[in-house]
Structures are given as C-alpha cells and as structure tokens.
Design a protein around this ligand. Sequence first.
Ligand code: SF4
Ligand code: SF4
Ligand code: SF4
Length: 331
Amino acid sequence: MSLTKKTVLSRRGFLRALGLGGLSVLAPAAVQARAKGSEHELATLLDLSRCVGCGACVAACRQGNAPKFPEPVKPFPAMVPARSKPEDWSEKREVDDRLTPYNWLFIQTAEVDWKGERVTVHIPRRCLHCVNPPCANLCPWGAAGKQDNGIVRINDQVCLGGAKCRDVCPWKIPQRQTGVGLYLKLLPRFGGNGVMYKCDRCHELVAQGEQPRCVTACPFGVQSIGPRPEMIERARALARDMDGYIYGLEENGGTNTFYVSPVPFDLLDAALAQAQAKGPGRPHLGTVADSMADESNLAWATLLAPLAGVAAGTLGLIAGSNKDKEDGHGE
Ligand code: SF4
Ligand code: SF4
Ligand code: SF4
C-alpha cells in the first residue's frame, strides 16, 4: 500500500484508517462523558490515608493486563554497536516491588515522623497520565500518544523500544522488554531494542464505560476516577478535610493522577530515598517542572509532530503486513 497525500496529512486520520486509532482518537468513554455533559479528560484521585498496602490493586493489574504482556523471542539479536543493552524481565515476571514490563503498578511505602508520630504511607505508583505528556510528544516514531479521554498509551505494534519516552518522562515510568516488537523485523541489530510498557489505564475497560482494574479491586476505596475538574475539586476538598497535601496537580504541568496525603510529599520523597525505595523502576515524589514548557522540548515536539505521525502510520502498516504474513494472509 502506498502512502497517499491524504493519508499522511493527518496522524489522527491515518491511525484511524489503520485501525490503530486507540491513540489520539476519541474513545467511547470520552463520548460517554460528553453525553453526560462533560468534555473533560478523566483523572484519578488516590486517598493515601486509606491505603493499607495490601496489593490487591497490583494483583488485579497483573492478572487483568497479562494478555498485553510481552512474549520475547530468544536469543536476542546482538546490537551493533552494543550501545543499547538488552533489558529482559521475562524470567523475572514475579517481580512486583517496582515497575517492569510485567508489572505496571507497585506499592511504595514511606515511613516518616510527622506531627510527633511515626506515620506509614503506602503509595500505589504507575504512570500519572500527564496532561501534556513528554513521552507522547517526543516519541520520534509516534508510538506513544494521548487519547481524548486523557489516557496516555504506547502502541506496542509500533514502538521500537528506543526508550525516548522513558528518557523524557520525569518519573522514568515506561519499562523496556527486549526481544519483542517491530524492531525484530526491521533492524534487529541496529535499532530500538524492544518495546516499552506502562500502565494504559485499562483503556479497553474505560472505553466501555467501566473503571480501571486497580480502582475496582481496592477493598478500601482508595482510588476514584472521573472528569478532571470534578476530581480536582474532590482532591482539594479531601486535602482540606485531612489538612493534607496534593501531588500531581502541578507536577510536570499537571497530570491526571492526584495523590492526597496527610504528610507532605517532600517528606515522603526523602523517606523513600533514605529507604533506598526510589531509583530505576521506582519513581520519586519530588517536585517536577513542566517539561513541555522547556524550549528545546517544545521545539522538538513541534518538529516531530508531523514526522511522528507519518512514522507511526508507516510502522503500523508494516506491523499489519507482518501480522498478515504470520497469520497466513500474506501474498
Ligand atoms: S508519567 Fe511519564 S509515562 Fe506517564 S504520561 Fe507522564 S511522561 Fe508519560
Ligand atoms: S489503570 Fe489498569 S493498567 Fe493502570 S495500574 Fe491500574 S490496573 Fe494497571
Ligand atoms: S490502593 Fe487499595 S488495593 Fe491497592 S494497596 Fe492500597 S489499599 Fe490495597
């Protein structure tokens, strides 16, 4: 199939035409929200004063999203030059105390002295679904994108695993699995090195008007999800009630995840550092400037937008053609 002028003009239209329109295309959940009079992105609110760290949400995420997890081909092709080391979590799928391609949510625990007491705070960690996500804006291949309902997703059919999304994410959320994805067909020894994975906010459930698995699995009602302005209002009211603090409202220019804690987040972040509970796969809770307000990021995003759209469409076509061949429908 050749790329006509019409198909390359619009990334959104192109992806839709390819059936890859989950990214950047209006999702039914947003349609439902609009039908109810809301045109806003969906945001989650996490009341950390309720979280006991039981891990039910983590288990539900792992179980429900298991069909999306990678099944790599081994041995991995050697990279030339060996600049990009393989990242293989396929033999460590049980790891649930950090983010991996097989674990998109984990619980961080911080112990702090606050108001004369020793306080333990459990914090469910995953992608925050930024309002202006650098991972999506700066992916050179258009593999990461934001839906109209606010969900930020990585298209595993298009991602080449170059990890730009992780480099530019203030929390280094996406995690790479080598030996899977389109790079194996295109440039197995030279490009990419796998596929990046992260929380996709259970997009297929949200598209049907249902709630993400971690929200429904929690026995203590820690999480809720709804239109962004409503969740901001609720987060502020909750923070007022508990004389607490909010994280996610301003960070990185604003996210669609709001944590409300009875303890200041800088104390939680310091406690995580002291307990060596932050680092690769274990995000911090520090302050974050708006990364897309940075001039060089903004310039790159402007430059990349049309190119990434074409790249995503082209890679999507290649991925579709490869799948056809594997399914025995090719020429
Ligand atoms: S938290 Fe990171 S991975 Fe998630 S949307 Fe923001 S920039 Fe992207
Ligand atoms: S929204 Fe879905 S994918 Fe994301 S952490 Fe919760 S259960 Fe996992
Ligand atoms: S959010 Fe709920 S399910 Fe998850 S660890 Fe906390 S209390 Fe348990």
